[in-house]
Design a protein around this ligand. Sequence first.
Ligand SMILES: [Cu+2]
Length: 116
Amino acid sequence: MKPFVAKITVSAIVLFTLFMEIWAYNNYSGNTEPPTKHTVKIFRMKFIPDHLTVKKGDTVEWINKDFYQHDVTDEKNKEWTSSPFNQNETWSKVITKDEQYFCNLHKTMKGAIDIK
Ligand SMILES: [Cu+2]
């Protein structure tokens, strides 16, 4: 290879690598928008809304607006629960995967969260 051609080839490789790095960086920073908080109201024996779509890492806060206790419990695997909480009390969870939940005190109360 002639020195001139070699120089052009090296420059092309350097430019391509740089471009790929910028592209990867932009893609990465696109996924780091700050987490947000969503609120689910518990009122008249219902989760409102009963279906939420959130970003991975978002927080969901449940607030109990009934005058009796409710809880928020993992329906499928029973991996987590809020334990019962009172009127105007809240309970929060950071969401990292799709969840289906229910109230363990009133098993017909159900809700779901999907990751976007
Ligand atoms: Cu309940």
